[in-house]
Design a binder for this molecule. Structure first.
Ligand code: SF4
Ligand code: SF4
Length: 131
């Protein structure tokens, strides 16, 4: 079975918008950075609309993306959506979704739809949720 390996292409940290943060994630990241939540919010986040809080972007990338190493500066506490990528629920639903995401994520380049289904089956087995 193929295993997924991130190729550090940076695509998932790129864009003018980043993932939204939950209250728990704000707490964890602030603690990790040794900042008060207030300071963290002021320095690193931006409010979008009434409730959404996102990480700021700098030159088209998330503020926590390290362009030199191509790694996440807050890796141990990065938001759940970042940890999940590229295995978001949509990718397992339809081959079309998978092919779109595969175009952008270099780590999926050599995966076929069949490889993905096998990986999903095994991940589910590991989690004990396969009936
Ligand atoms: S898009 Fe895929 S290969 Fe590129 S950095 Fe993100 S997870 Fe890694
Ligand atoms: S928190 Fe880390 S993984 Fe998530 S978008 Fe920012 S740099 Fe990328």
């Amino acid at each position: 079975m193929k295993t997924f390996e991130c190729k550090k292409c940076g695509f998932c940290c790129k864009g003018e918008s980043t993932v939204s943060l939950s209250i728990e994630e704000i707490k964890n990241i602030s603690k990790f950075l040794g900042l008060s939540e207030e300071k963290f919010l002021k320095l690193y986040t931006v409010k979008k609309g009434k409730y959404r809080i996102e990480m700021k972007t700098v030159n088209g990338y998330c503020v926590f993306f390290d362009k030199e190493t191509k790694l996440c500066k807050i890796h141990p506490v990065k938001p759940a959506k970042c940890k999940e990528w590229p295995f978001v629920s949509a990718i397992f639903k339809y081959p079309e979704n998978f092919y779109i995401i595969r175009q952008f994520c270099q780590g999926l380049k050599n995966f076929s739809w069949e490889d993905l289904k096998l990986l999903c089956k095994n991940l589910n087995k590991e989690k004990n949720v396969l009936k």
